[in-house]
Each structure stands twice: as C-alpha cells, then as structure tokens.
Design a binder for this molecule. Structure first.
Ligand code: FAD
Length: 424
C-alpha cells in the first residue's frame, strides 16, 4: 500500500536488493519491474503487476565534491537522511518540498517542488544520475547528454536510479514566520509580489472562509548566526497579523509536527520543509491533488477556485498556493514557465474526491493547468499531451530505452497515450 492507503499495489513481490549486481540481475530477468520510493504518491504511478524494487537496503553514502559544489547521493535515500549529512559538511540544497520523508529519486521522478519565485522543482538540482536500465546495464546520464532533460522527471519509466548528483551551495540559515487571516483579495491584487516577500512563501486556506488565507508562511534565508528583522513587508503589503504561537497548516492539527516558526533561525533543512522529519507530516490521513498554472494567470486561477469554495470546503483539509520557478526537465510541471501551484489536501474519501476532480479541472481549464504526476487528477491523455508539450519526446525516449516496457505500468501507459498497451 502507498503512504496514504488509497493504492494497494498489485505487485507479485517487493524485493530489496542489497548490491548493484543484485539489482542488475533483477532488471535483466524480470518481465516487469518498477522502483518504489517511500510510497508518498497518491496515485498508482509506482505500481506494477511484476516486481516492486525498494532501494532501502542498497549501500551508498553521501559523497560531497567541494570543488565542484556537488554531491552524489543514494537515489533511494530520503531528503530527511541526506540533508543533515550535507549540512554537517557545510553544504545545502537550494530548496526542499514540504516533507523530508520522500526519496530523492521518487520526488524528482514526479516533479516534486517546494515554493519560491526563484526556486524551480527539486529535479532542477540534479546534474547527473546513475541508472540501471532494463536489461541490467548501468549507465550515467549527465546534464551534457541529449536525453538528460527527459531522464530526471521520468515517472520511473527510463531506468531505476541508483545514485543522483545534486548541485550544492554553502549551508545557510532560514527563518520562518507565519501570518494569520491575510485578506485574499489583497493577496490576489498582487499575487506575484506576495509570493516574492520571502525566499519561499505558502498561502494556506481551507476554503471555509474564502475571504482570507488563514495562514501565510514566509521563509527567508538569513546569514548564519545573524539576528532577523520580522517580515514587516507582508503586513504592510496586504495585512494579516503575526501568529503569536506556532501553528500547523492543517487547522486543528498539532503544531509540534511542524518545523520551528516565530522567526527563530535554523538550518535550511529544518525550516524549508513545513513538517519535521521525525513526525507524521500533514494530516496523516488524506489525499492530495495539485495543478501548476502560468505565474501570470495565478491570481485569476486562485480567484476562480475561490468562487467554487462552497463546493470545495466540505472535502478540503487545507489548500496551499505556492510559486515555482521555470525549469527544463521535459515533464516538469514548471517546464519553461514560471508557475503558481494550487494544491489541495483532501479528506481521505477517494470516491468523493474522484467525483470533485473534474469540476476543479474544469474550473482551472482556462489556465492551461499541468497536474502533479504524484497526486490525484482526472486529466486524460489528450489533455496531458497539451499540458506537457514534451510528452511525445519523453515517450520516444522511454520507448527507446525500454522497448519491452519492462518499467511501465497502466498509469504511465495512460499518461503517455500508449493505448495499445493498456490491455496487456
Ligand atoms: C504528506 C505529503 C506531502 C507532500 N508534499 C509535497 C510538496 O511539498 N511538493 C510536491 O511537489 N509534492 C509533494 N508531495 C508529493 C510527493 O513528493 C511525490 O508523490 C513523490 O513522488 C513522493 O516520493 P516517493 O519517494 O514517495 O516516491 P514514490 O511515490 O514511491 O514513487 C514515485 C515515482 O518515482 C519512481 N521512483 C522511485 N524511486 C525511483 C528510483 N530509484 N529510480 C527511478 N524511479 C523511481 C516510482 O517508480 C514512481 O514512478 C507530498 C506527498 C505527501 C504524502
């Protein structure tokens, strides 16, 4: 089962190879194979009717190359594992998602992102990856290779990543401050500016009171060890009041699971995620959906969603609006366009959510939405092809490196428009 409990994997077996040779053998003699990360996706993207492969028993260390400002990391390791190690050596990643619980390979494969007008998705930090291809060959793909842009956000369909090379920067501290009851109209009047008041900004609402964002989280880098001035600019710009105590994005949930707030500086990896690595993230029992729209259309898109708030509120635990900078991976939801991401954490009611998704997508359809590959959407293959202009190139790449479709599954086949293979 996946983390959310809404997908029961059809795999005949789950294996945990403990050497490269074992993984290569598996890849060469199984009919159907698929990598499983930490299982935090909400759809059957990780599933297979063959062999699921977890890399959790694979040996592998974080290897920093200080001169190149890069590190090789085990692809199956979680950010929660690698980030403290990078930090201990004086290094950092440019950005993180809301959860450190996900694996580097799994997060990158689905185009996972954090927030920030200057921050692209996590895959943008990858400069090379080592893949085991179907057949068992070990291959390194670097940013100099023509296939690279199709090989990182790759839905698990071009190989099983063993190691990933990540771009680093010197370690930095971050403070996060939360503002309550920020007027929605004022935010939408100047959405791009508001999403730029910090290095990472998240607007939260549960749509029960659509006239306000109940919480606005602002994360800002500060020079290590320096005191911080409070984020006055958000209040001056659009209103709201500083949260007097720590909060959790999901109303009513325990703030102890959230990363430290109230302007207390801390290491980048202990502030950029919303949730602590040692706690259950988010609501724990939930489903999620997310669509990215062009940044310039973000305010209109959020406004249209606000207009259907009464239909959303009964099913929404919390909704989050973030900025994501344009990047280059072909299947990145922010491919070549600065974006605004509209996220929904739903109550764990799969049927009700499935019934509501077409309405949300219809509402967002004027804004050219791109669905998140790891979350729930109703987007069909034709709409996906329109939303992701490089999808055809990606399919050609996947067909070339995996002609027998060893790595595919019905979810991926459907996304790629491989109608012929759906009956296999
Ligand atoms: C509580 C919660 C919060 C979240 N927050 C965010 C967020 O802030 N931003 C965001 O964008 N998303 C977010 N997500 C979504 C999440 O980041 C993605 O679903 C991500 O793919 C999960 O990573 P995983 O390791 O669990 O991968 P899995 O779900 O296990 O797998 C996802 C895909 O990666 C492939 N894969 C896994 N390992 C490998 C490998 N070694 N080689 C090749 N392919 C591989 C799988 O085959 C599958 O296709 C959140 C999810 C949850 C549950």
């Amino acid at each position: 089962m996946n983390w959310a409990g809404n997908v029961t994997f059809a795999a005949a077996e789950l294996v945990r190879p403990s050497s490269v040779e074992q993984l290569q053998d598996l890849m060469s003699d199984r009919r159907r194979v698929r990598a499983l990360g930490s299982g935090h996706s909400f759809n059957p993207i990780a599933d297979t009717d063959g062999t699921l492969v977890s890399l959790e028993n694979m040996p592998g260390e974080v290897e920093v190359d200080p001169a190149g400002r890069r590190a090789w990391v085990p692809a199956g390791a979680t950010y929660g594992r690698i980030c403290p190690e990078l930090h201990a050596e004086g290094w950092a990643l440019a950005n993180l998602a809301s959860v450190p619980h996900v694996t580097v390979a799994g997060a990158c494969a689905t185009g996972t992102h954090g927030s920030g007008r200057s921050n692209p998705g996590l895959a943008a930090a990858v400069s090379a990856l080592e893949l085991v291809r179907p057949g068992g060959e070990l291959e390194t793909v670097t940013s100099a290779d023509a296939d690279f842009a199709g090989s990182v956000v790759a839905l698990g369909a071009v190989g099983i990543a063993l190691r990933m090379q990540l771009e680093l920067e010197p370690a930095y501290d971050v403070v996060q401050e939360v503002f309550l009851d920020v007027p929605l109209d004022a935010v939408l009047d100047d959405l791009e500016v508001v999403l730029g008041v910090g290095d990472s900004v998240s607007l939260f609402t549960n749509w029960a009171t659509p006239e306000t964002f109940g919480q606005v989280w602002v994360k800002r880098r500060v020079p290590v060890g320096e005191p911080t001035a409070s984020t006055r600019s958000l209040r001056d710009l659009v209103g709201g009041r500083p949260a007097p105590a720590a909060v959790h994005p999901v109303p009513g949930a325990d703030p102890a699971a959230a990363t430290d707030q109230l302007g207390v500086p801390g290491a980048w990896h202990e502030r950029l995620p919303h949730f602590r690595a040692d706690a259950v993230p988010s609501a724990g029992a939930e489903l999620q959906s997310e669509w990215l729209v062009p940044a310039g259309l973000g305010a209109d898109a959020v406004g249209r969603i606000a207009a259907i708030a009464p239909a959303l509120a009964p099913l929404v635990l919390v909704s989050e609006v973030r900025a994501v900078a344009a990047d280059e991976p072909w299947l990145s939801p922010a491919w070549q366009r600065d974006s605004v991401a509209l996220h929904f954490t739903w109550r764990p009611d799969p049927d009700a959510v499935a019934d509501l998704l077409p309405m949300v997508e219809e509402t967002l359809s004027p804004f050219d939405p791109r669905p998140h590959w790891g979350k729930l959407a109703a987007t069909g293959p034709d709409a996906l092809r329109q939303a992701y202009p490089r999808l055809r190139d990606f399919r050609e790449l996947a067909d070339r490196v995996d002609p027998e479709r060893v790595l595919s599954n019905p979810f991926v086949d459907r996304c790629l428009g491989r109608r012929d293979s759906l009956d296999r």
